[in-house]
Write a protein that binds this ligand. Structure first.
Ligand code: NAD
Ligand code: GLY
Length: 349
């Protein structure tokens, strides 16, 4: 088992290894002590993993409540949050109790948000079961839901008190959902770690535990440096401004990871066309995304994408912070006015 500690506004451990789900109760006992717990999960993950988690919680003396909602991004809205909050209140959860997110990024983001606002804040544990959630969304305390106008437009910063990542749970992912997580893994290499990017060419599935740990170490450093996303943390949004626009334009048909993959290619190609990134780095990015089963292009125009991207939450007044690779391992923030966004995207298509 690998342990990574995050020193944010609260300090917490991320435990990574095979089979950790069966020890989740023991880890929770050490981190949260005696309290009531409520597992929040989606219907797919509930079928696959709730019984094992519950068994382990029981062994550690917990009698867990459970709230299950339909899987998918369509559930990530304020309506589901209301249902979770009402469930917590009906069951008289108190400020000393704890929510447990068992699932992918949708479950984690919503459980974290419910924990942030229920009774003005209670604790929560993340148990990520997708690669994407393991390497990104379960760490760092960004929680929230989508609004009709855009992704993640409503939320709060609220750090978990423990993250338990059982790498074996990713064995049941479809190859498309596994690939989504690979996009976020590759993103870390393109942002600030060329040797890691090169290591990924050896195969992600084959080296998953070490790769998840490396991503989480990278993210922990970024979060410790800029927990509230005022500066350097925005680098983690490489490919995301355009990626979110692609997700929305597709009516959520294109998944988050696939959209980020395409978004990464668009901003890298834009950087090449601006003369700030070597052309060969673009080909390397495209090759590794394709090798991991990810798409690298989409059918939307610069105008369509810019119209949606201009509502992105990273917008501040009339400007937006784009992230551009000056080369693999050297991505930088690049402030542009919203009116320049369409031209930037056009350079990348
Ligand atoms: P997800 O949670 O919807 O999971 C994808 C699908 O996989 C779902 O249908 C789920 O039921 C299924 N699934 C989950 N675990 C499984 C398993 N082990 N075996 C089989 N099926 C399983 O999506 P995701 O890709 O994990 O996360 C995407 C979400 O994360 C988006 O909403 C995105 O905005 C958010 N996100 C948040 C952050 C953050 O910092 N908070 C970072 C990146 C992404
Ligand atoms: N996933 C981007 C962030 O956590 O900042």
């Amino acid at each position: 088992m690998i342990k990574v500690t995050v020193n944010a506004s609260n300090k917490y451990d991320i435990l990574i290894g095979d089979g950790l789900l069966d020890r989740a109760g023991e880890f929770c006992r050490a981190a949260i002590g005696e309290c009531r717990v409520c597992v929040i999960t989606d219907d797919t993950v509930n079928e696959l993993y709730f019984d094992r988690l519950n068994e382990s919680l029981k062994k550690a003396g917990y009698s867990a409540l459970r709230f299950v909602f339909p899987h998918g991004e369509e559930s990530k809205n304020i309506g589901t949050i209301t249902e979770i909050l009402e469930f917590c209140a009906e069951n008289r959860l108190t400020r000393s109790d704890c929510l447990i997110a068992l699932g992918g990024g949708v479950v984690g983001d919503m459980t974290g948000f419910a924990a942030a606002i229920y009774l003005r804040g209670i604790r929560f544990v993340q148990i990520p079961t997708t690669v994407l959630a393991a390497v990104d969304s379960s760490v760092g305390g960004k929680t929230g839901v989508d609004l009709k106008a855009g992704k993640n437009l409503c939320g709060a910063f609220h750090q978990p008190c423990l993250v338990i990542c059982d790498c074996k749970t990713t064995d049941t992912l479809t190859k498309e959902i596994f690939a989504d997580g690979c996009a976020e893994i590759i993103k870390y290499g393109v942002i600030n770690d060329r040797p890691f990017f090169d290591f990924l060419k050896k195969g992600i599935r084959e080296n998953l535990e070490e790769i998840i740990a490396e991503c989480v170490r990278n993210k922990a450093r970024v979060v410790e440096d800029d927990e509230f996303d005022k500066g350097s943390r925005q680098l983690l949004n490489l490919g995301h401004t355009v990626g979110h626009a692609i997700e929305i334009c597709s009516g959520l048909e294109i998944s988050h990871g696939s959209a980020v993959a395409i978004g990464m290619v668009i901003v890298t190609r834009a950087a090449v066309n601006m003369g700030i990134c070597p052309e060969n780095d673009l080909y390397e990015v495209i090759d590794i995304l394709k090798a991991n089963g990810l798409p690298t292009s989409c059918e939307y125009s610069a105008r369509e994408l810019a119209a949606v991207a201009s509502t992105d939450k990273k917008r501040a007044g009339a400007s937006i912070s784009a992230v551009l690779p000056y080369g693999i391992g050297d991505s930088r923030l690049y402030k542009i006015s919203v009116s320049e966004l369409e031209a930037l995207i056009a350079k990348g298509l």
